[in-house]
Write a protein that binds this ligand. Structure first.
Ligand SMILES: Nc1ncnc2c1ncn2[C@@H]1O[C@H](COP(=O)(O)OP(=O)(O)OP(=O)(O)O)[C@@H](O)[C@H]1O
Length: 254
């Protein structure tokens, strides 16, 4: 199967320091890849380069064979390259229904119309409730975001990402900050993502990584030092060294 997403020799330097150093990565539809690495390895920078929020020093990003390197974040989203929204980007006074409706209208370039009119659009309303139900938060559709629990806000982020009809979904620590009691719901939502979607998840929780990933990519000091099966990652000497450099012992790569 051909690649849906490809990064070629991506490089980013900040003041002479290579924070992303010649990173190449290929993903196919349906891939489940975990991107891990010690703190400061360059994971977030990499995602920002891929989404177009940061401009690379060199290298390119491709979607379904087309070079999207010159496109901005919004245009990349339109091509299906979507990053999950962050809770910090939700509007506390708006409801989940309004958030998802807005994302759908944006996707369809209908957002120029009066936002409050989404209730008069049966197709939009049907999709809003279908997505919220899929994430198990339909009962919260009319509540303000400020009134719903953090774990439910993170489920709303996933609903928003799915409303954009991604082909490649980048998840940046989707369960971070969520109380233990709610992480199972988020994990289930991730497990239930469409099987043809390519998912790249940045995650520190190795239990979650091992349950989710069919492939693990390890970034250290801006470089990919491992790209392979989850079962092999803990045996890899470079990986162990990279984590030993950051932690007192190697128990973090359990
Ligand atoms: N705008 C910037 N200017 C200068 N240095 C930066 C900038 N953004 C990131 N860095 C540096 O790049 C390195 C990688 O940071 P990045 O946030 O991408 O790492 P990370 O792997 O996501 O870390 P964490 O797991 O802690 O979130 C760090 O050393 C950071 O200080």
């Amino acid at each position: 199967m051909s690649a849906i997403f490809e990064v070629r020799n991506l490089k980013k330097t900040f003041g002479g320091l290579a924070v992303t150093n010649d990173v190449s990565l290929v993903m196919k539809s349906g891939d489940r890849v975990a991107l891990i690495g010690p703190n400061g390895a360059g994971k977030t920078t990499f995602v920002n380069l891929v989404t177009g929020n940061l401009k690379p020093s060199s290298g390119s990003v491709h979607m379904a064979g087309a070079d999207v390197s010159q496109l901005g974040p919004t245009e990349r989203v339109r091509l299906g390259l979507v990053r999950s929204f962050q809770v910090t980007r939700l509007f506390s006074e708006m409801t989940p229904e309004e958030h998802v409706a807005l994302a759908i209208l944006q996707r369809e370039s209908r957002s120029g119309r009066m936002f409050s009119s989404h209730r008069a659009m049966p197709d939009v309303m049907e999709e809003v409730y279908s997505l919220l139900s899929r994430l198990g938060i339909a009962q919260l559709a009319g509540r303000r975001v400020s009134e719903i629990a953090y774990g439910q806000q993170r489920l709303l982020e996933l609903a928003l990402a799915l409303a954009l009809k991604p082909k490649v979904l980048l998840l940046d620590e989707p369960a971070a900050g969520v109380p233990q009691s709610d992480t199972a719901r988020i994990e289930r939502a991730i497990a239930d993502l469409p099987s043809d979607l390519a998912v790249l998840m940045i995650e520190h929780d190795m239990d979650l990584v091992f349950r989710f990933a069919k492939r693990v990519v390890v970034l250290a000091a801006g470089e990919i030092i491992f790209d392979g099966l989850p079962g092999d990652v803990t045996k890899d000497n470079r990986v162990r060294q990279a984590y030993l450099g950051s932690y007192a012992d190697d128990s973090c790569v359990a």
